[in-house]
Design a protein around this ligand. Structure first.
Ligand code: AMP
Ligand code: ZN
Length: 112
């Protein structure tokens, strides 16, 4: 737990979020500023800054998060989705607690 981390505070329920999935290791909640009709984040409960801060000890957790993405996307009615992991300030990361964005719904997403 990092005391000034907004996602740690969501994990500990110190600030509210539209959580719709939780297990012993991860949570998922809807992004507060969605960029698609459905846009959620999968977040490990433990504080890790970014993908660049991961090592072999995080391998199973990262795999779990990726395998969870299609399950949760299907639960929310998505037939396809895009995943995004922003890493570091230059990578567009704003919240320095690793998270995977999952978004889709509505129109076919443009090619990146
Ligand atoms: P990133 O740029 O990858 O670090 O993305 C951070 C994401 O977290 C952004 O899409 C924000 O809209 C989202 N976000 C920030 N604060 C909250 C919050 N309190 N609840 C839900 N989503 C949030
Ligand atoms: Zn954190």
């Amino acid at each position: 737990m990092s005391s000034d981390c907004i996602f740690c505070k969501i994990v500990s329920n110190d600030i509210p979020a539209k959580k719709f999935y939780e297990d012993e290791e991860v949570i998922a909640f809807h992004d507060i500023r969605p960029i698609a009709p459905v846009h959620f984040l999968i977040v490990p409960k433990g504080h890790v800054e970014s993908l660049a801060g991961c090592d072999a000890s995080h391998q199973a957790l990262l795999g779990k998060i990726l395998l969870l993405a299609p399950k949760l996307a299907t639960q929310l009615g998505l037939k396809g989705f895009r995943t995004m992991i922003n890493t570091g300030r230059e990578g567009g990361q704003e919240v320095f607690h690793i998270h995977v964005h999952v978004f889709g719904g509505g129109e076919t997403l443009p090619k990146t």
